[in-house]
Design a protein around this ligand. Sequence first.
Ligand SMILES: Cc1cc2nc3c(=O)[nH]c(=O)nc-3n(C[C@H](O)[C@H](O)[C@H](O)COP(=O)(O)OP(=O)(O)OC[C@H]3O[C@@H](n4cnc5c(N)ncnc54)[C@H](O)[C@@H]3O)c2cc1C
Length: 425
Amino acid sequence: MSPLQHGPTVPTGSPRQVAVIGAGMVGLSCAWFLQEAGVQVTVYERDSVGAGASWGNAGWLTPALTAPLPEPAVLRYGLRAVTSPRSPVYLPLRADRTLLRFLGGFVAHSTARRWRRGMAAYVPLNARALEAFDVLAAGGVMAPTHRATSFLACFRHEREAGHLRTELERIRDTGQDVRFDPITARQARALEPTLTDQVGAAVQLHGQRYLHPPEYVRSLALAVRARGGELVEGVDVATLQARMDGATVVTTTGEHQRHDAIVVATGAELGRLAGPFGVRQPVQAGRGYSFSVPVEQMPRGPLYFPAQRVACTPLGSRLRVAGMMEFRRPDEPLDPRRIAAVVDAVRPFLTAVDLDDRRNEWVGSRPCTPDGLPLAGATASPRVFVAGGHGMWGIVLGPLTGQLVAQTVLKGEAPPELAPLDPLR
Ligand SMILES: Cc1cc2nc3c(=O)[nH]c(=O)nc-3n(C[C@H](O)[C@H](O)[C@H](O)COP(=O)(O)OP(=O)(O)OC[C@H]3O[C@@H](n4cnc5c(N)ncnc54)[C@H](O)[C@@H]3O)c2cc1C
């Protein structure tokens, strides 16, 4: 029988007991904001808190850079570049069905017109993204977000810096708040002595923040538990069943748990549970790598190497280095060649950073959609909701998504910001 057993009718009364599947940034944010309205939540996580992409990412809270991934410049990369294992974007030659559907849609969306349409969806979200972190902080989430007093994008050549400036201006033209200054290589090195003389130009971004991803998701999980939420780790959800009066989580061990509603927030694996409820957009893993290294003098803020597609973030006493976009299945093992490629890409630009003393080597899956927009809101069942598909931006947009999806679950109606993110599009 289809999981959608009685058709999409809006249920009467707000749900009081809601299950969230997935304890990443997005799922935990949904749980927290549902609790704000007095809902009792149960979060099911097949592994442990933050086991997915929400752990090893760069932790940037950068609304100024938050834009759809498909854009005309991506296509200029060409097939040769993306099939080399050392390229910062890697596409295996052996493709599966999800990947082929994803790529077809991605190419179709990589036009200037569609990018502008995607930006129109992002602008109102980006305007509120940081505020949602302040709501979490005021509500007792202890892990801090840091204001980036320095946030530098670094380049070997002035010409490359020019490309980023043009891109930022394009983003600003869509109505987004983007503040930046071009600075000389000398000024960049004065700000961040860890940069070498291979940096030939830089752009300083203003008004952005960053966080320590593992600390932050742990702290969010603690807050959900402290407010009476149940967080069940080590439980793999096999399927969902929806009826008029509620929805049931069925685990891989055959247990059934009934809830008033369910929010699917399973990151790069969203399609498996959400597909039967009319969510047709493929969610493809865009795998990224990271590791941490010791530094003699910690940079004052994040460092970005756009041409190499590498992000560096101060995390406690070590520097996290993250990069690479590899379109492979989420469960494939870490490929050491990608770590080596990231190391080689940044080595020329950093001094007094021991890139060979690496810890916490990690691979994780960005949940990417073909149009570069998240999937957030109701499905074909009035009892099943979806929150995910944020690609490169699920940390910065996680809390706001949680806030808006919680409103949708409670009111049975999506706020206007979610209209372009309709999971049934
Ligand atoms: C290298 C890298 C750098 C990044 N940098 C940034 C950045 O600087 N800023 C930013 O905003 N974003 C960044 N991102 C993207 C960001 O990490 C993701 O968009 C975000 O973490 C997605 O969160 P999520 O909660 O949707 O998914 P996830 O964190 O992947 O969580 C999904 C959870 O669901 C669980 N799960 C899956 N299936 C099931 C099931 N059947 N039953 C139970 N549980 C299940 C998983 O175990 C997982 O814990 C980066 C990503 C990478 C890879």
